[in-house]
Ligand binder design. Structure first.
Ligand code: ACM
Length: 643
């Protein structure tokens, strides 16, 4: 404590401060701002700005793009506040002023902004409209959480604490991938998904548009891709063990985006400064295309259907696998390249951005290896193995994509057998592919599965929908995007990937995306030295409150207890309990009763009593349950002992 407070004047000052704080006179000083991603610099001021009916958003005259950002803010503010802010040029008494710097601030770049909140006005200045958009996002996060509500919240004072924030991103590529093939997500939902990504300063939505389970983009010159390839028989069982189509069963489940749909999505995303990156996954993962055009594969098997999530592969560990149904394009057939030329011609015209993703992952080479014509082709072209044959294919695809004036990006398998000139690499099998590509001087996007695959469980496997592995919020947050040995000059940024084999619904897509997308957002936007787990997780809690207001789903897994089981030297099970959030108490039982705040409170390693059937655990805060009840049988605990 400051010793000056012991003097009389100090005591008086202290008492006045307490009084002022209690009447919320120093809101900015008294409460931490809860911003995600954390800005580069935040200087709190005194007082606050209050939105009112007389607040005007002032914009430079005749700049339609800036007008659009202003309209976006008007629309965001209206539902909860009931205020319809005017947008105008000129001076007014209460303003949110949008300013484009007359002299470029080189530190801010294209996406940075300066946000100044004082008691009488707000000023957002930037070099470009995208910076104004990000300044708007930060400003919205300064307002009370009820701003996220779609219903009028008449009891709230719409104050933003006085503050000066200077901010700009760490990485240029800040992405999330949505797999719309394994399950189709409607255009309306994709817009909602984009809307939320924009709120957290993401600027890339990678759409995984094609796979074994559905082709989702209309290609007018190849109509069967969506007439046939977009539909499969409906199944609600576990993906990977579903029943195949019964004889005569109609493929009624699926959908696709027309050219008009794509144009609408691209514009919607563009208005939120998000580029949509299309992925056409070839030469593997192509069963939907083969169902439509069987002649594209080596086997030319006309009985192949769009797959409803059956078990059609076996995985042997170490990345080795076998496909029981042929899902690969024939890399030796000119017709395949003519097909791809048609596909990429239309895709390139629909998505007005630099990159097209061509997949390249998990391509099974068995059907190629067993085909005499393919073998003869390899011999003639001096291709030693399947990897070199895939590399031949990828280089041909790169040329097709280049002929459409686009750059190519692919999963890290495109490194195998020799990478195509200029191709960018998305590193998913850990970070090694990214490191290797950077040394070969190829651009890299880091999306290692172990931390950035959003289809993984985020809490205890006993209460999460089952998936093959776990990436908790903390795992995602702690990832170092620039691992040792990488040449950071080639790292474009990072991306989380939402594969949807096990995600059939919109609610579940949100559950799996949030809050982990917050962790990715902060990693790709904020300076590395601003990242700090405890502060982050407390801000996450505030943002989950915002999601509650907005009625958007998220995983509450951070509140669940974490159960760590070991065995001591006497052969007894010992259990350590913790949680990702702070300030919770953990209550448990080992006698089959259901714990709450009146049961034993965890305060150190538990020795599981001999003969006990069950451990049950739950977290509480202020006498309220926070996490979900986890119940594990003795035999489950045994299985969890780390060998
Ligand atoms: C992938 O997860 N197969 C890129």
């Amino acid at each position: 404590m400051n010793t000056k407070l012991k003097s009389g004047r100090g005591k008086q000052f202290f008492a006045i401060c307490c009084l002022l704080l209690s009447i919320n006179y120093f809101p900015a000083a008294a409460q931490d701002l809860s911003l995600i991603p954390m800005p580069v610099s935040v200087q709190k001021g005194n007082g606050s700005f209050e939105l009112s009916n007389s607040t005007v958003i002032t914009v430079p005259a005749q700049q339609p793009e800036i007008q659009k950002v202003a309209s976006y803010l008007v629309a965001k503010i209206k539902p909860a506040t009931g205020l319809t802010l005017k947008v105008a040029s000129g001076s007014f008494s209460s303003t949110i002023e949008f300013v484009i710097n007359s002299k470029t601030d080189t530190q801010l770049g294209k996406e940075g902004y300066l946000l100044e909140v004082t008691s009488d006005k707000i000023k957002i200045s930037a070099n470009a409209p995208s910076g104004l958009f990000y300044g708007v996002q930060t400003f919205l996060q300064l307002l009370p959480k009820e701003i996220e509500s779609n219903k009028l919240q008449s009891a709230v004072a719409w104050k933003a604490p006085a503050v000066t924030i200077k901010d700009y991103p760490r990485f240029a590529w800040r992405g999330i991938m949505l797999d719309v093939s394994r399950h189709f997500f409607s255009k309306e939902y994709v817009k909602e998904y984009i809307e939320q990504l924009g709120r957290y300063k993401f600027n890339r939505l990678h759409l995984h548009l094609t796979d074994d389970n559905g082709w989702r983009v209309e290609i007018k010159s190849l109509p069967r891709l969506t007439e046939v390839g977009a539909w499969r028989v409906p199944r609600t069982g576990t993906f990977g063990s579903n029943e195949p189509a019964k004889p005569g069963e109609k493929p009624t489940y699926g959908g696709f985006y027309t050219h008009e749909d794509i144009k609408e999505l691209v514009q919607f995303a563009k208005d939120r400064y998000i580029e949509i990156i299309p992925e056409i996954d070839v030469p593997g993962h192509s069963m939907a295309a083969i169902a439509a055009y069987p002649e594209l594969s080596v086997t030319k098997d006309a009985s192949i259907k769009v797959n409803p999530g059956t078990k059609f592969s076996t995985w042997f560990g170490g990345g080795k696998f076998e496909m029981h149904i042929d899902n690969t394009l024939n890399p030796t057939d000119e017709k395949v390249y003519q097909f791809l030329d048609k596909v990429f011609t239309e895709v390139a015209a629909l998505f007005p951005y630099e990159y097209i993703h061509m997949g390249g992952d998990e391509c099974y080479k068995g059907y190629w290896e067993r085909d005499p014509a393919v073998q003869a082709f390899m011999k003639k072209n001096k291709l030693k193995n399947g990897e070199e044959l895939q590399s031949y294919f990828t280089k041909r695809v790169a040329k097709i994509i280049a002929s459409k004036k686009k750059k190519m990006i692919g999963w890290d398998e495109i490194l195998e057998g020799g990478i195509a000139p200029g191709a960018a690499v998305m590193s998913w099998r850990g970070t090694e592919g990214g490191i290797e590509a950077s040394h070969l001087k190829h651009p890299v996007v880091m999306s290692p599965a172990t931390e950035y695959y959003l289809d993984m469980m985020q809490g205890d496997p006993s209460i999460e929908p089952p998936v093959y592995s776990t990436a908790r919020l903390k795992d995602t947050y702690m990832l170092n995007l620039l691992p040792e040995g990488i040449d950071s000059a080639y790292v474009l940024g990072g991306q989380g990937n939402l594969w949807t084999e096990q995600i059939p619904t919109e609610a579940h897509a949100e559950y799996m995306t949030y809050p982990r997308a917050f962790a990715i957002s902060e990693t790709v936007w904020s300076p590395k030295n601003k990242k700090e787990w405890n502060g982050f997780v407390s801000r996450v809690e505030d943002h989950l409150g915002r999601f509650d207001e907005a009625q958007i789903n998220y995983a509450p897994s951070i509140y669940d207890p974490i159960i760590d089981v070991k065995k001591n030297s006497n052969g007894q099970l010992t259990i350590d309990l913790s949680s990702e959030v702070q300030n919770v108490d953990i209550f448990y039982t080992v006698d089959n009763s259901i714990p709450n705040q009146y049961y034993p409170k965890y305060d150190g390693t538990i020795t599981f009593p001999e003969g006990a059937d069950m451990l049950r655990v739950i977290t509480y805060r202020n006498n309220k349950p926070m996490g979900r009840l986890i119940s594990l049988k003795a035999e489950d605990l045994e299985k969890r002992v780390k060998k």
